[in-house]
Design a protein around this ligand. Sequence first.
Ligand SMILES: NC(=O)c1ccc[n+]([C@@H]2O[C@H](COP(=O)([O-])OP(=O)(O)OC[C@H]3O[C@@H](n4cnc5c(N)ncnc54)[C@H](OP(=O)(O)O)[C@@H]3O)[C@@H](O)[C@H]2O)c1
Length: 361
Amino acid sequence: MATREATWAYRDDHDEFARTFYRRFGDGIVSSIGVGTYLGDPTDERDDRYHDAITTCLESGVNVLDTAINYRHQRSERVVGRAVADADVDRESVVVATKGGFVPFDGERPDDPGAFVRREYVDTGIADRDDLVGGQHCIAPDYIEEQLDRSLSNLGLDTIDLYYVHNPETQLAENDRGAVYDQLQATFERLEERAAAGDVKHYGVATWEGLRVPPDHESHLSLPEIVERARAAADAVGNTATHFRAIQLPFNVHMADAFTRAAHDGAEGPQSALWFAHEAGLDVFTSASIMQGRLAEEVPDAVAAKLDGETSAQRAINFARSAPGVTCALVGTGSVEHARENVAAGRYEPLGADAFDAVFE
Ligand SMILES: NC(=O)c1ccc[n+]([C@@H]2O[C@H](COP(=O)([O-])OP(=O)(O)OC[C@H]3O[C@@H](n4cnc5c(N)ncnc54)[C@H](OP(=O)(O)O)[C@@H]3O)[C@@H](O)[C@H]2O)c1
């Protein structure tokens, strides 16, 4: 598990970054750039490239790793575990985040995915057929606990630092909103128990659309409601405070709605996801920070002019980690060269809050 002592010591070993590169997360400290592991073919060759990119990042100042059990059919989790073990860093200085919700294949896509899910998950009783949306997504408590155990095993860790319920808005395709919140609360109770047992340190929700679309959108989830459900879950199991600590959502130059759209009811009226999260004491991790590679080719001139960085990718990363309320911008890479370029973005100061606001004027 990432600890306060080890993460602060890690930061002391890396004084080459700009002032706000490291930020508080819980009782520890994290780099404001993290490595993602979503994209790429499910091959041994790509595993090896991820391994080398991740160890490069860990050994050069980035201590946040993001994965999910379904990414590249469990290969990404396994290579994250291998890289953490191999890198010349203390495991306790690294924050490892993963997610459960999408039913994962095992190493490769099976010839008949439906039959695989039936055989491995439904017939074994791990997932109830009625809880599966689209035959491939489930956030029921028993299922998530089973997936959490599998993730611990894939990662080879005793504790997952941050466990997300993955894209809960997917459930809205077949369930009404109240039922989704109820199921989230039931699953949060299990995650509170697993936190008390030391299997996870923090938990949260990772979303694609849920937290950034407007309230009348079919995929909308209310962050205030989710936070309430997490508090109720902590109460129900006798934890003094909730371990719900973070959200993940896409955020980049072209997808800035988590900052611009007031989609969540705060005490004094509607607030953006970033603003509400900040006031609720939640950390925000951004996905698709360089728009799945597209912003490495070009950041719009008007924005690029305001951002520091030598390359487009660096300016795009610095945009995401400049947004008020963002703790860490996740960038996926299976390339050592890109890893070095992305880590080096942290040598530049991000924009201050006023300068960030001015980008939108
Ligand atoms: N909850 C969700 O629904 C969700 C969805 C998407 C992502 N995520 C998480 O967020 C992470 C980041 O998002 P993402 O990976 O989708 O998109 P991203 O970070 O915006 O972009 C990753 C892509 O950019 C390329 N790239 C990285 N650095 C580069 C550089 N310096 N120059 C040129 N190309 C570069 C990578 O290729 P190379 O490998 O060749 O470097 C990869 O194809 C994911 O990996 C995942 O952990 C969560």
